[in-house]
Write a protein that binds this ligand. Structure first.
Ligand code: GLN
Length: 281
């Protein structure tokens, strides 16, 4: 029989040996996940005995985390915009940076608006927008059916109504929208090899790879988006921090105006958006 604290210490040292960056935090969060406890337990009740079954489950999760499987795939969830999203290895884990994108769109909301989320993944962008709005209509599309299954589940859990379509970008989309948003795969192929193992080996390649220069999906989405936007419709992208100028140029060339780059909390370019059509049209 080992105590809660001993289990935590063993977990922590195992993760540390394997070079897990946040070994302490992850060891604690996994233990809390198994025992349904919170951070106070370690501080105030560390001597409590761990049940044999809990110990076994915890050790198994530590073994997996030591193999650099992201914590969120082990617990099956990630917080985003104050909501809890289910995730698995078929979807990208929602990033805090993406909240900037959602917040930027929220500034442009109006009742009756129609929103299309291209490359929706876990659905985190669209579902947050719908959750915090009243009469907005949303469609989310993704090329991956297993990803859409996750999005559908998240929508049900969050009590949100949206339509989910399996589609290679706009391939199966019809109708027009006031807002098109996308956080497409944007990492340059060469750069993927340099990312941390958690991302490189465990997050879906399909959700990461933006082709040789990272811009493949921006080109396709910018080009086709104009056929799916209502007059004065807006296109919103999340971008890699060095892609701002390039994406802006693509949008300008396609006839977008009022193109803006928005920075994230680290001061890096993170969002580009623009309006389609001539002013006042
Ligand atoms: N839209 C999803 C997200 O922001 C998925 C993005 C992707 O797969 N590249 O998390």
């Amino acid at each position: 029989m080992i105590t809660y604290r001993e289990a935590y210490q063993q977990g922590f040292s195992c993760l540390e040996k394997q070079g897990i960056t946040e070994a302490q935090l992850d060891a604690r969060l996994l233990l809390e996940y198994i025992c349904k406890t919170d951070r106070n337990t370690l501080l105030l009740d560390g001597e409590r005995p761990l049940q044999a079954e809990q110990q076994q489950q915890y050790e198994e999760l530590i073994r997996q985390r030591a193999k650099h499987i992201p914590l969120q795939y082990l617990t099956g969830e990630q917080g985003f915009m104050g909501l809890t999203f289910q995730v698995n290895e078929n979807v990208l884990i929602p990033r805090q940076d993406t909240e900037i994108l959602v917040e930027e769109i929220m500034r442009n909301r109006f009742d009756g608006q129609r929103i299309l989320d291209v490359c929706t993944g876990s659905g985190c962008i669209l579902i947050s927008l719908l959750k915090y709005s009243n009469s907005v209509c949303g469609i989310g599309c993704d090329i991956s059916e297993p990803a859409l299954e996750v999005a559908r589940k998240n929508a049900v859990n969050m009590g949100v109504n949206a339509e989910w379509i399996c589609s290679d970008l706009f391939g199966n989309i019809s109708g027009t929208f006031d807002i098109i948003v996308s956080n497409p795969p944007y990492i340059e192929d060469e750069v993927i090899k340099t990312l941390m193992k958690e991302v490189q080996e465990h997050e879906p390649k399909l959700a990461l790879s933006g082709g040789p220069d990272g811009l493949t999906f921006y080109r396709r989405i910018v080009r086709d988006s104009v056929k799916y936007l209502n007059p004065q419709g807006k296109l919103f992208f999340e971008i890699g921090c060095e892609q701002g100028e390039a994406v802006m140029a693509l949008m300008k060339e396609a006839g977008y105006r009022e193109i803006r780059i928005v920075k994230d909390y680290a001061g890096l370019d993170r969002v580009v958006h623009g309006t389609y059509g001539r002013n006042g049209e």
